[in-house]
Each structure stands twice: as structure tokens, then as C-alpha cells.
Design a protein around this ligand. Structure first.
Ligand SMILES: [Zn+2]
Length: 119
């Protein structure tokens, strides 16, 4: 369970924790229709388990951040777009403004994500 609105995400075994700060850029779906949220890459910090954090190319121009122990992928980072993609939908989306720039959006769509536009 998360601490605070967008506090912390942890892998299944708990070895790796990431801190998520700031506000999401938007939401959408990945190529498999699973809900995802888009965050500025600089909003993500390693909270713990840096030694277990495995950053490896995901084969689509980004890097998958996962745990070496349980193999769970916590997020996909896309340096070119400057966007981190987290699995799962937002629970509190009161003031979600579409903060993605057009180039970020095009980048994400090229990667196979569907961006759900906010109003
Ligand atoms: Zn783990």
C-alpha cells in the first residue's frame, strides 16, 4: 500500500522502493490495454534497494526498472521523452491536467502507449 497520495512504490518482495514526487503528467494505456500513468522522469527517486534495482533496456527505446530479486518491473523510463511510465491507474485524479508536451505525447504514442487526454 502506498504512503500518501503518490508516495512510494515497492516491488513485490519489497527490496526496491521508489519515491514518486510531484504530479503526474497524464494517464493512458499500454499496448496491452493496461492502465498506466505518466510521470516526469525527474519525479522518480530511488528510495531503497539501489543495489537490487535493475535498469535494463526494454527493447522499445526505454529502460525497464525492475527488481533483481523478484523480477517485478516497477516502471519504464523513456529518456527521450523524459517520461516514466508506471503501471496502474491513479486513484485520486481530481486535478489531473494534461501536462504532457506534444513531443512527449508523440513519443509515447510511438512507443505503443495510448494517451488519455484530460480536459
Ligand atoms: Zn523485489
Amino acid at each position: 500500500m502506498s504512503n500518501g497520495p503518490y508516495g512510494q512504490i515497492a516491488c513485490r518482495c519489497g527490496a526496491v522502493t521508489l519515491l514518486v514526487c510531484g504530479s503526474p503528467l497524464g494517464r493512458g494505456q499500454d499496448a496491452g490495454d493496461e492502465p498506466v500513468t505518466f510521470w516526469p522522469l525527474e519525479a522518480i527517486q530511488v528510495g531503497g534497494g539501489a543495489d537490487e534495482l535493475d535498469i535494463s533496456p526494454d527493447g522499445r527505446g526505454g529502460n525497464a526498472w525492475g527488481c533483481r530479486r523478484c523480477d517485478e518491473c516497477l516502471l519504464n523510463a523513456h529518456d527521450e521523452a523524459g517520461v516514466a511510465v508506471l503501471a496502474g491507474d491513479l486513484e485520486e485524479t481530481d486535478d489531473l491536467s494534461m501536462a504532457l508536451t506534444l513531443s512527449q505525447r508523440l513519443c509515447l504514442e510511438e512507443l505503443g502507449y495510448r494517451v488519455v487526454a484530460g480536459e
